[in-house]
Design a protein around this ligand. Structure first.
Ligand code: AMP
Length: 444
């Protein structure tokens, strides 16, 4: 199958040739004809599957072939995304695909001045990429109108709900024309997403390109268990030992990002960090420098890293496991993209055993453990597996009562603690609460 057989027009085919896209990915093969045919779409596609081109290519074609010239302050197609970084990235892809088309495109997001965005919107924009909060601000100031809107795309819809954008989405939805095409993309399909889809989509075609919630199979994944306080030391050790060239590292908190960057810089490592406290321009600069290979280690929080697209990134390290198991899938989606192989390593301490278990349940796999001889933790991480069971630490067996004469004669009853740890049927087991696998707001 080729892009030409999917019915794409020549200017798009030319742009794809320049980009070196030869064969449509599975999500593209399914989405492109459906979107060109005017259908609504509900697609379960994680990042790295080529979903952006899956919706952007047919959208650009429809905008070129159909509909009126865009009026001032109007938009004809709207792509909603959860973060500024994703807005920039999607817009960059759209710009490349639209290179030979007579269409205007633009991206708006918060954290930067609104005035230049208002100016730019005056002439009207054919395809606008936007984060929900800033779009609503612009709408309320009459800088953008939706009367001409043909198509709405919700990209990474699960993430938009996770980040608390449901009110904004509701308000935007109320302002849109009822007659329109709607495409919804989400890595996961929680009840909340299904509800949203029920309200926004009309007889949608469902596409599922990889099994639900299963992490990219091209990524080799493993964990190293370690005591919490020794994680920074272990990271530096692994960095030296494996001579890592370029690593994207995820930390849980902004402070965690700053502390690790400071430590690495102190050791002469070329590292930088991105998180929500840093201005957008600083984040973008760090990202650009990382992409250009000028920074070896980029440390990020989940929100800041959302939507990063770095070609051929060989390695992702989870310095901390994510609180929400779905974020693990998003994180490791940064490597092994578009068929390349990648590696994802997680440093796991005993506190994180429930997070580990939730990830294994979600991705339906037991993550391989590699021990680092000098870092065997004092606080052992209990064994976990994809069934969601955590094997409790074996209790130290009680010394059997001896009726005098020493232990040697009580041979059959004595069990050494080492044997208990090795024994296959270590019980009891307990169910891990499912709080990481469901929608964020659900209580454990
Ligand atoms: P996405 O899942 O949309 O974030 O895309 C992941 C990466 O795959 C991006 O770097 C795209 O440029 C690339 N890509 C998308 N479709 C194709 C294709 N058909 N052939 C080669 N690379 C592609």
């Amino acid at each position: 199958m080729t892009f030409a057989t999917l019915g794409l027009i020549e200017p798009l085919l030319r742009a794809l040739e320049t980009l070196g896209y030869q064969t449509p990915t599975p999500v593209q093969a399914q989405a492109i004809p459906a979107v060109l045919g005017g259908r609504d779409l509900m697609a379960a596609a994680q990042t790295g599957t080529g979903k952006t081109a899956g919706f952007a290519l047919p959208l650009l074609q429809s905008l070129t072939m159909e509909g009126p010239k865009v009026a001032s302050n109007s938009v004809r197609a709207l792509i909603l995304v959860p973060t500024r970084e994703l807005a920039e990235q999607v817009h960059e892809s759209v710009r490349q695909y639209a290179e030979h088309l007579p269409l205007s495109t633009y991206a708006v997001y918060g954290g930067v001045s609104i005035n230049p965005q208002m100016m730019k919107l005056r002439k009207g924009i054919d395809l606008l990429v936007a984060t929900p909060g800033r779009l609503l601000d612009l709408y309320r100031q009459n800088a953008v109108k939706f009367g001409q809107l043909q198509t709405l795309v919700l990209d990474e819809a699960d993430r938009m709900l996770d980040l608390g954008f449901s009110e904004e989405l509701k308000d935007i939805y109320a302002a849109l024309p009822k007659k329109r095409q709607t495409l919804l993309f989400s890595a996961t399909f929680s009840d909340a997403i299904r509800l949203l889809a029920g309200q926004m989509l009309n007889d949608p075609l469902s596409i599922e390109v990889s099994p639900r919630n299963v992490a990219a199979s091209t990524v080799k994944q493993w964990i190293v268990t370690v005591d919490k306080k020794r994680k920074p030391e272990l990271f530096s050790h692994l960095l030296r030992k494996h001579r890592w060239k370029q690593v994207l590292v995820f930390a849980k908190t902004r402070n965690g990002v700053d502390a690790l960057v400071e430590r690495l810089q102190g050791q002469g490592v070329n590292a930088d960090g991105i998180h929500g406290d840093k201005p957008q321009a600083t984040r973008q600069r760090a990202l650009d420098r990382f992409k250009a290979g000028e920074i070896q280690i980029l440390v990020a929080t989940d929100v800041a890293a959302r939507g990063l697209d770095i070609e051929d990134l060989p390695l992702v390290v989870n310095f901390d496991l994510p609180i929400v198991a779905e974020d693990y899938v998003h994180r490791i989606g940064r490597t092994g993209r578009a068929g390349a192989t990648g590696e994802a390593i997680s440093l796991v301490c005993a506190d994180e055993v429930n997070l580990l278990s939730a990830i294994e349940v979600l991705t339906r796999q037991t993550l391989k453990r590699h021990d680092e001889p000098d870092f065997i933790p004092d606080h052992r991480v209990p064994e976990t597996d994809a069934s969601g069971q955590v094997v409790k630490k074996p209790k130290k067996p009680k010394k059997p009562k001896t009726s005098g004469g020493g232990g040697k004669r009580n041979l059959g009853k004595w069990v050494d603690s080492g044997e208990v740890a090795e024994a296959p049927a270590v019980k009891p087991v307990r169910k891990v609460p499912a709080f990481n696998t469901g929608p964020r707001k659900r209580k454990p």
